[in-house]
Design a protein around this ligand. Structure first.
Ligand SMILES: *Cc1c(COP(=O)(O)O)cnc(C)c1O
Length: 342
């Protein structure tokens, strides 16, 4: 499979902007090449456009070579760049599971790309064959999310592998919640699948939604394409520094994850005891989807108590559902106590 044949023609032929930090790499004593201000160090200098230090640190933890890593301004950036690289507006299309994370559809709309939905089954899982049947010769990308948002479950790994083997375009597997899952994820299988793009993020397990840092793991060819079309300095120095700090304190992250997984079990147990909860869907993420009789009423009742959950009532297959993020024990107790009063 040749990635070049999948690219939009203008992107394949694009001569990328060459910034000062691309043309001279390495250490020097006097920098007079980028029209920077010599005062106000260290913020006067442009940051590393390819963020190698951050990538090396991620590489050690994720066991993915640094050359297979793309970093973006949140996961939002690689989501958008994948459309811009592979999908010709008004001509190409993508196929996605439904329901799932809303940004795939919004970015399709922004880029004027047809977005085809394949409804999940009763256990919120998907069929590779159904995705393939929905595709045609203009389908360039497929969107999977595992564990899926807002349903919380992990998708069947054999079906994901089957789709990767049989679809002749790019398959994106969004693993934003993978750290909370008992399943291993696909990061270690990159070399098996040249058409695989894995998305992960600093926004959930890493506790760093504010710094806006998303990761894409993919073949060197795909990473090079994303690098070619991104803004030259897409990750600012404050974010790079803070990410390095977080990566050096990774035990902290495993402690948070362990705590949230056990809080998830506590929260699920307590929700189970409440009459207003009609169903609790199994979850591998740091949130739980529950069905109630009247989601709008429960949502508004909680808002009035100053507790905000996500009303998913209007989402496909989620009629009557609210999505609850796992918080601290104190926060979860406040939620349970108030739900008892509904
Ligand atoms: C929260 C979330 C993300 C994270 O997006 P960022 O832009 O990295 O903050 C990505 N994908 C899914 C499915 C999510 O739920």
């Amino acid at each position: 499979m040749d990635i070049k044949n999948l690219l939009r023609k203008n992107i394949a032929e694009l001569q990328p902007y060459s910034c000062a930090r691309d043309e001279f790499k390495g250490e020097a004593s006097v920098y007079l090449d980028a029209n920077e201000n010599p005062y106000n160090a260290p913020y006067n200098r442009y940051p590393d456009p390819l963020q190698w230090k951050v990538k090396e640190a991620i590489s050690e933890i994720k066991h993915v070579p640094a050359t297979n890593i793309f970093l973006g301004n949140g996961s939002d950036e690689p989501i958008d760049l994948l459309y811009r690289a592979f999908c010709e507006p008004r001509i190409d299309n993508v196929v996605a599971i439904e329901p799932t994370y809303g940004m795939y559809k919004v970015c399709a709309n922004i880029n004027d790309i047809e977005y085809r939905k394949v409804l999940l089954n009763n256990s919120f899982d998907f069929s590779a064959d159904e995705m393939l049947q929905t595709a045609d010769e203009k389908t360039k990308l497929m969107w999977l999310c595992s564990p899926n948002n807002p349903t919380g479950n992990s998708l069947n790994q054999d079906e994901i592998a089957k789709l990767l083997k049989n679809f002749m375009g790019i398959v994106v597997v969004d693993e934003a919640y993978i750290d909370f899952s008992s399943q291993p994820g696909f990061a270690t299988k990159l070399h098996e699948f040249p058409n695989l793009v894995i998305l992960q993020t600093f926004s959930k397990a890493w506790g760093s939604a504010a710094i806006r840092l998303g990761m894409a793991f993919a073949s060197v060819e795909i990473v090079q394409v994303l690098n070619k079309i991104k803004y030259p300095y897409n990750i600012n120095i404050l974010t790079q520094k803070q990410a390095l700090k977080a990566l050096q304190e990774k035990e902290q992250v495993s402690n948070w994850v362990q705590a949230l997984i056990s809080e998830r079990a506590w929260l699920t147990d307590e929700l189970q005891k409440l009459d207003i909860i009609k169903h609790i869907y199994p979850t591998d993420a740091n949130f739980v989807l529950v069905k109630v009789d009247d989601a709008n009423a429960v949502y508004q009742y909680l808002v009035n108590k100053s507790i905000i959950v996500r009303n998913r009532n209007t989402v496909s297959l989620c009629l009557g559902c609210i999505r609850i993020t796992v918080g601290t024990r104190e926060e979860n107790e406040v939620l349970i106590k108030n739900l008892k009063g509904f």
